[in-house]
Design a protein around this ligand. Sequence first.
Ligand SMILES: *Cc1c(COP(=O)(O)O)cnc(C)c1O
Length: 350
Amino acid sequence: MWEENVRKVEPYVPGEQPKVNNLIKLNTNENPYPPAPKVKERLLTLNYEDFRKYPDPTCDKLNAAVAKAYGLKKEKVFSGVGSDDVLATAFLTFFNSKKPILFPDITYSFYDVWANVYRIPYKEIPLNEDFTITVEDYLQENGGVVIANPNAPTGEALPLSSIERIIKENKESVVIVDEAYVDFGAESAVSLIDKYENLLVVQTFSKSRSMAGLRIGLAFGCEKIIKYLNDVKYSINSYTMNMPSLELGCLAVEDEAYFKETVSKVVTTREWTKKELKKLGFSFADSKTNFIFAKHKSVNGKFIFDELRKKNILVRRFDKERIKDYLRISIGTDEEMKCVVDALKNILGE
Ligand SMILES: *Cc1c(COP(=O)(O)O)cnc(C)c1O
């Protein structure tokens, strides 16, 4: 009988983190390069005795370091345990209307999970045939909007002018822009937070800053919207971020040169991989992220996925009707991508 009152949900399924060695792991969009060198230096000087104490609930040092790097006041920055935590808290805080929130049918597959767990009504808006977004679709009545820009898993980016239109024409609701991949080539909406109170921009250290294991996510917005987010955070768990993440995150965000260098390496490898995949008969959107979402002209996605796996190459495939023939291939090192291309040549008999 007790089960009648359980909050039943269908959970998000994260990409596999297999324990086998010698695997080329291109399934969760991790960065192939290590974090900034100073992160290591600082790690070695962390005092384990300090683990006795609670970490700083305000995340002040990290927020200040981020604010400095982005040229903002620290009151406009929020930190959480990866952007998944930031987004989940933001859904709970800002999506509290009887009207449905809007997001694309093909996007980050956590959005409908959060909407379901929090009982937020939602409406999925089909992407166009070519996976582009029509801005007008997001101007209908809603209780909030969430857009990943660039979108995942398609890799398509909207220009900032389109994002701005969605924010500007939705003054009655909060627009969340999830910029997990923005550093790999799209325009950030952080520049708009002083212009629009209803905007929350979410970013992460997991991809462009090579820190997925430390779980650091960020939100940017006007002071008022960040205050609302903090009020909900402090109503659930005040000590979200652990001490090593708070300390090491500062060093990751301070090293601008290393960040630019690694992002640019990933982008160069991505462009090389695009050319090779095209030659092999794959088609894909012009990805502005650290992955390519590709479909072969004749061979089905499940077959290629399984054959790659046999060759110890792990990519991501979603069992969803519209995209079942697509593979989402994260960008690894040059060597790893050469292996992938060779494996695909072999599988496709080219
Ligand atoms: C990876 C990803 C996230 C979550 O990243 P965290 O590791 O939780 O910071 C959020 N949104 C999108 C679109 C992502 O791809």
